[in-house]
Design a protein around this ligand. Sequence first.
Ligand SMILES: *Cc1c(COP(=O)(O)O)cnc(C)c1O
Length: 418
Amino acid sequence: MRELIRKDFPNLDRTFDGKPLVYLDNAATSQRPKKVVDATIKYYTHMNANVHRGVYQLSQEATDAFEAVRGKVARWIGAPSEREVVFTKGTTESINLIASTYGEANISEGDVIAVTRMEHHANFVPWQQLAKRKKARFEIIELTNDWRLDSKEIDRVLALKPKILALTMLSNVTGVSNPISSLSSRFKMVGTTIVVDAAQGIAHGEVTIDRLGPVDFLVFSAHKVCGPTGVGILWGRETLLEKMPPYQFGGNMISHVGDFDSEWNDLPHKFEAGTPDIAGVIGLGAAIDYLETLGRVRIEEFEKKLTHYVLHELNKIDGIRLLGPTDPHHRAPIFSVAVDGVHAHDLATFFDMRGISVRAGHHCCHPLMMKLALPATCRASFSFYNTTEEADLFLNALRDAPRFFARSGKRPPQGGTP
Ligand SMILES: *Cc1c(COP(=O)(O)O)cnc(C)c1O
């Protein structure tokens, strides 16, 4: 079964010095199945024309293929209307768009903007800077010792009646999954606009808007769900999008241009200035088809099993620290680890010597890393195409690491190959 799935991803066949690639950096970007790559090539080879502009057949075809993906995305996430689905460059651009249009128009001096301690920089810095520009208050919901949102902190911030709450579904560092629907219901009662970063959430489970409670915006990137880089999604409630000013000005987002003023195109085109990544969007459509064929529920079940297994084994390894919850419930197979006395980069190099690709660094989460008092962690993030055998290779490396570093008196050779 897993072997069949892996055949869809030619890159997983790579070897390094005879050792097969063990790709465990899926939280940074997923691999892409051949079908996705083929779809982008097909566009460039047989359908290439700009969208929304030509009356000729080729351009119509490209436009139809492009717009069909909007409908596909809307159905995939259960959006009430495809007018609510905006194509962007990625999660980062989607959040910047919301902060600099909705945020700019609705935040005033003294208002409260809230985020959590576990946000990716993309869902932290745009809000921090908006707060700074507007002289608004910037509040951070702190975490418990087991890496979850602290309920006392939630109560504290709720009492401040924030105008905006921006939070992630799932942490890209600790793997913690947040209870979005109960949080959004509570914050909606005090009038908060809720922005959900689903960049990781949608990579590890089914995401439908009605099951998230009364959220207002949801964002994610194609490249973390087997789609191409350079494409992101912004879903927003139509009533809010209608009132928001445009993000960028130019072609496609306009309906009439006069000498001294202009009128904006209808949703969602009002937020899509210029030529989009047409091939990328078409590739995202192929990625959604691919994931739907596999079945989101099956993917979730497999990842759950893998999470249980890795956690169970990690618990038995001495000399390492897991920077994330040990409870397998409400968490994804993203494991940040530290080996006592070993720098995360050295650890990642040690893994690379065995063909295992893990990420060392701050994972674009400086605010969390400051709290951990760690400059970096080493993160292994699994996807549905990873196998239990790969998990064992990761775990074995982790078992060997403390001894290796104790014996060698520290550093593996730089560059990664022995
Ligand atoms: C990757 C990631 C982002 C940023 O996504 P980009 O594709 O780089 O824009 C934001 N939030 C989380 C939780 C992520 O994992």
